[in-house]
Design a binder for this molecule. Structure first.
Ligand code: CTP
Length: 424
C-alpha cells in the first residue's frame, strides 16, 4: 500500500468520457485510491457504454451518476465541482473537449467542469487524425489558454492496428500528474517554443557480449523532468540509457543509447539547438579498455583470472560547459547537472556537491544523497539545488523537500525560470 499519510482524503473527481480507453480509468481510480484520496467518478452517458457504473462505484467507493437530475436535492451539479480539489478527465475524447471548449453544461461532468475553480486536467485519447484535426487543435489551444491542463497523448498502438499519437498515457503517469498538481505544482503552459534536452538512466559499458558495467539508476528523475517539461509546452528530446521498465513520457522524443560514448555523441549532436540541457543520467565514469568480442570463459586461458582494466570516459557535462564557453552552443543555453553523492567521513553530501558544481561549471546542480536504498529506483527524491554564484565556494542553496520525482522536477524547472531560460 503506497499510502502517504499527508495525502489522505483529498477530493478528486475522475471524469470519464466515451472512448475505448475508458477501461483504463479503472486503473487510474485504483491508483489514486491507493494513496488514500477520496475519488468520485463522473462518467458521461457514452462512457457507461464502455464500463459499467457498478465498476466505478466499487473501485471508488462513491456513487456514480451522469446527470444533473440525480440527487437534485443535493444540488450535485454544483457541489461536485465546488468541492473538488482536482479534476481529471481520462479519457477526454475530441467531442468531449469540444463541449468543454464551448462551455456546455448538459451533463453532470461538463456542469462540474463549468463550476470548478480547482486545477483541471484533461487526458486526450483519440485517433491520430482526430488529434491533428484543426478543430481539435483549436480546442486544445483554447483550453490551455484558459489554464486547463491538457496532457499530451502517448504515441503507440491505437484501437485498431494503427499507431500514432492519440493513445491514453498510462494510468500511473496520469495519477502522478494529478498528485503533482495536488502538491501545489500546477504546470503553466509557458515553455512553448523552448527546446529541452534531458538525459536519463544509466549508461552501460560492455565487457563482452553478455556482461557490462552499469549502475542502479532507474531513469525516473529524468523521465519526470521530461514529463513536466512537456507539460509546460516545451519540445523535449530525451536521451535514454538503461532504465527501469517505465512508460515513455508522452510527447517527448526518445533516443535510446547504451554506452557513455553513444550518450556523449547524442548530446553533442542535439545540444547546439537547445534552450536547456539537463544531465540527469548516471553516466559510467569508466569503461573497460577493451571489449571482448566473444564471451569470456573462466579457467580456459591465461586471462581467465580477469582483472578488468578500465579507462576514463569523457565527462559529458563538463564538455557541454566548455562547448558553451567556446561558442559551440549558444551562451544562453542553461545547463543543469545532477550530483549523486553518498558523503564521506570528512565531507557531507552538500559539501561534495558544492565542489562538484565548481568543477563542472554548470548553472544548476541538483544534489541528492544516494545509496542502495536512497533515491536510485525510488519514486521520491529530496536534496539541495545549488545555483552557481560569483563565489564558487558559496553557491545559492535551496533545500528541496521530500517529494515525488515529478514534484522535484517541477521545482528544478521553476529554478531554471529564475535563470531566465533561453533569454539573454
Ligand atoms: N556526468 C557526465 N559525464 C560523466 C560523468 C558524469 O556528464 N562521465 C554528469 C552526470 O550526468 C551528472 C553530473 O555529471 O549530471 C555528476 O555526476 P556524478 O556521477 O555525481 O559525478 P562524477 O562526474 O562521476 O564525479 P565524482 O566521480 O566525483 O562523483
Amino acid at each position: 500500500m503506497k499510502q502517504q499519510p499527508e495525502e489522505l482524503g483529498r477530493k478528486i473527481v475522475v471524469g470519464v468520457a466515451g472512448g475505448i480507453a475508458a477501461y483504463k480509468a479503472c486503473h487510474l481510480v485504483r491508483d489514486l485510491k491507493e494513496y488514500g484520496d477520496d475519488v468520485r467518478v463522473v462518467p458521461t452517458d457514452s462512457a457507461l457504454r464502455f464500463v459499467g457504473a457498478a465498476t466505478f462505484e466499487a473501485l471508488s467507493g462513491n456513487p456514480v451518476s451522469t446527470t444533473v437530475f440525480d440527487a437534485v436535492e443535493e444540488v450535485q451539479h454544483v457541489r461536485v465541482g465546488q468541492e473538488a480539489e482536482a479534476i481529471v478527465v481520462a479519457p477526454a475524447t475530441a467531442d468531449f473537449m469540444a463541449r468543454v471548449a464551448a462551455g456546455r453544461a448538459d451533463d453532470l461532468l461538463t456542469a462540474t467542469l463549468l463550476v470548478a475553480t480547482c486545477p483541471v486536467i484533461l487526458v486526450p485519447a483519440m485517433h491520430t487524425e482526430m488529434w491533428w484535426n484543426p478543430a481539435t487543435r483549436a480546442n486544445v489551444s483554447l483550453l490551455r489558454e484558459r489554464g486547463i491542463i491538457v496532457m499530451e497523448p502517448a504515441h503507440g498502438r491505437l484501437t485498431g492496428k494503427d499507431t500514432g499519437p492519440g493513445r491514453l498515457p498510462e494510468p500511473e503517469q496520469i495519477a502522478e500528474l494529478v498528485r503533482t498538481v495536488l502538491d501545489g505544482q500546477v504546470p503553466k503552459y509557458d515553455w512553448v517554443g523552448k527546446k529541452v534536452l534531458i538525459t536519463a538512466g544509466g549508461t552501460q559499458e560492455n565487457i563482452d557480449p553478455v556482461r557490462y558495467v552499469g549502475n542502479r539508476s532507474s531513469g525516473r528523475q529524468g523521465y519526470a523532468l521530461a514529463e513536466v517539461a512537456v507539460q509546460r509546452g516545451a519540445e523535449v528530446t530525451l536521451i535514454v540509457g538503461n532504465v527501469d521498465e517505465l512508460p515513455t513520457p508522452p510527447g517527448a522524443r526518445v533516443l535510446p543509447v547504451v554506452s557513455t560514448a553513444e550518450m556523449a555523441a547524442a548530446v553533442a549532436k542535439h545540444a547546439p539547438v537547445q534552450d536547456l540541457v539537463i544531465m540527469a543520467a548516471a553516466v559510467a565514469d569508466f569503461r573497460p579498455d577493451t571489449q571482448a568480442t566473444a564471451k569470456m570463459k573462466k579457467g580456459r586461458n591465461e586471462d581467465s583470472l580477469q582483472t578488468l582494466s578500465m579507462v576514463e570516459n569523457p565527462d559529458i557535462l563538463r564538455t557541454l560547459v566548455q562547448d558553451r564557453s567556446a561558442g559551440k552552443i549558444p551562451a544562453s543555453t542553461v545547463i543543469v547537472g545532477f550530483a549523486a553523492e553518498t558523503g564521506d567521513p570528512e565531507h557531507s553530501a552538500l559539501e561534495l556537491a558544492t565542489q562538484k558544481l565548481g568543477r563542472k561549471g554548470c548553472d544548476l546542480l541538483m544534489c541528492n544523497e544516494v545509496g542502495a536504498d536512497k533515491v536510485f529506483g525510488q519514486k521520491r527524491n529530496r536534496g539541495w539545488l545549488l545555483a552557481r554564484s560569483e563565489d564558487p565556494a558559496s553557491p545559492q542553496v535551496t533545500e528541496i523537500e521530500d517529494g515525488s520525482k515529478q514534484v522535484v522536477a517541477a521545482q528544478i524547472l521553476a529554478a531554471v525560470d529564475e535563470l531566465r531560460i533561453g533569454q539573454e
